[in-house]
Design a protein around this ligand. Sequence first.
Ligand code: NAD
Length: 268
Amino acid sequence: MTRIAIMGVAGRMGRTLVEAVGAVEGLTLAAGIVESGSSLAGVDIGELAGQGRLGVVASDSLAAVVDDFDVVIDFTAPQVTLANLALCAEHGKRMVIGTTGFTPEQLEQLDGYRDSVPFVFAANMSSGVNLTLKLLETAARALGDAGYDIEIIEAHHRHKVDAPSGTALAMGEAVAHAIGRDLATHGVFAREGQCGPRTDKEIGFATVRAGDIVGEHTVMFATEGERIEITHKASSRMTFAKGAARAAEWLSGREVGRYDMQDVLGLK
Ligand code: NAD
């Protein structure tokens, strides 16, 4: 049995993960962590997630439960995730990371743990999105240099704090990589006022934040006379939670290294 700790267990993803991890044979819920000083410390994590009593109470420190788990699943915030990677390196633990919104410097720090922690890091843990990334590579190779403009539109709920979404950026990277463009040079993240006509090679991003949208992404390849749209719509956070649980199970036998969902799903 692989013992799982859920970081940020009171969050939207944290609560969904309690149900998803509980449903996977081979995984056992061993710990749930809430923010330091939270009044939810000491509450049963099953009750917190609306799953009934599970006999595991929330702790307000990952370090305090470090002997209780093998893999920590972390969907919180970049600085929290980086601190947890340091703890995992020190104690020989594994990590599944779903947190998004890292700065380039923070991403570099995260990557530095590839030699000391076995971890899976993916901006989107759903199987559908990871398959979509493959479809996008194929489409970009066929169309990207054939006069098709590439635009990425994403929509999420009103509480999301980073933009564009980590998934939109991953889609942009997949497309750019497939046709030898650099997203740092060709990505256009805002258009306002007299910004002039679009250039041929730019990859544009547009962001919608509204209501309770779980996550929608469309990549558009448009030219004179036609356009192709590849769209993924998530209707429940359970798709991400199931992917994270699957990643935790997959990770238990792995060597130190940085992996992504394409590794977990065998799409490479
Ligand atoms: P949320 O705000 O509902 O949950 C985050 C939780 O983390 C909160 O409950 C907060 O209290 C907790 N937290 C923060 N600091 C903590 C600390 N030091 N110790 C313990 N808990 C702490 O947000 P959410 O919608 O669940 O999203 C969380 C992250 O996951 C975001 O970065 C989001 O973009 C990302 N996300 C990724 C995927 C994916 O598939 N990779 C899917 C959905 C969301």
